[in-house]
Design a protein around this ligand. Structure first.
Ligand code: ADP
Ligand code: MG
Length: 273
């Protein structure tokens, strides 16, 4: 590459307008369902590697809607229109040319209800990597199954029954299986939408530990939660949503100890929810 061409390049970690570059950034993102009602009014929020960001706010305020924008999941909903930019590694992915099959390899998602496939534990993990042609041999598959299950803190509980159905596991184990399945694709972002709301306290604790370890391994994590204790336990940053607006964001410590917006203060003191 010539020097001249080099000079036109944006420095690593910096966007074209000179601002700091994040792994994932939403810029003035709007969402309309059915072309009429705007559910999200222009949200700007950044996400970084190794950081857990919690999305909190009352039911119906747009947390899931926003989370689904980040891996273009709203495209599965007929007539749902998403505006604004979603920058992933500095590149806007909110374009009609974006290849969803490729994108979802790198931005994984875990839902409220555990959704294992009707397959063995092993095949739950290997399904997507096989579809993407990533498994060359039985040994490679075995290794990926083991490392993914270990990362999701499930290996010890299932290592002797990898060929049994994922449905035979408890709810909390199923959710960790879904996390392991997501990890098997080696994403650099994982989106969690209320991943513990169907789980008992012990399973919740196991999943929270797993989420923290995932972020500590360098993965960027966003988690929707209505559980304030959970947000304080697992997240580094918190963003508060209210009626389709992202009203306040900051470190989790600041948001919970010194909220600035009155609506956030009211929400935290349990006045609505
Ligand atoms: P939260 O996750 O914070 O509870 P949602 O993102 O699910 O909120 O919902 C935000 C708003 O968008 C609500 O008014 C909800 O009724 C509406 N909404 C969510 N999903 C759909 C959908 N598939 N079709 C139409 N409206 C929707
Ligand atoms: Mg929701």
């Amino acid at each position: 590459m010539s020097d001249e061409a080099n000079n036109t390049q944006v420095a690593p970690g910096v966007t074209e307008d000179g601002s700091e570059r994040h792994l994932l950034s939403a810029r003035k993102v709007t969402v309309k369902y059915d072309g009429i009602k705007e559910a999200l009014h222009g949200t700007t929020l950044d996400f970084d590697a190794g950081v857990v960001t919690a999305l909190i706010g009352p039911s119906g305020c747009g947390k899931s809607t926003f989370l689904r924008c980040l891996n273009l999941m709203n495209r599965e909903i007929p007539k749902c229109v998403v505006g604004g930019d979603i920058l992933y590694h500095g590149r806007n992915i909110n374009t009609k040319d974006e290849n969803l099959f490729e994108l979802r390899k790198s931005i994984g998602m875990v839902f409220q209800q555990p959704t294992p496939f009707r397959k063995s534990i092993r095949e739950n993990i290997l399904f997507a990597p096989k579809r993407h042609g990533r498994i060359g041999s039985r040994e490679e598959g075995d290794e990926l199954v083991e490392t993914s299950l270990k990362q999701a803190a499930l290996w010890d509980e299932v290592k002797d029954k990898l060929d049994q159905s994922g449905f035979g596991l408890s709810g909390g184990q199923q959710q960790r299986l879904c996390i392991a399945r997501t990890l098997a694709m080696k994403p650099d972002v994982i989106l969690f939408d209320e991943p513990c709301s169907a789980l008992d306290p012990i399973s919740t604790f196991a999943v929270e530990e797993t989420i923290r370890a995932i972020a500590d391994s360098g993965i960027c994590v966003a988690i929707v939660t209505h559980n304030m204790e959970q947000a304080t336990r697992v997240s580094d940053r918190t963003a508060f949503f209210y009626m389709g607006d992202m009203v306040e964001t900051g470190t989790t410590k600041q948001i919970f100890s010194a909220p600035k917006d009155q609506r956030l203060a009211d929400y935290l003191s349990g006045r609505f929810g």
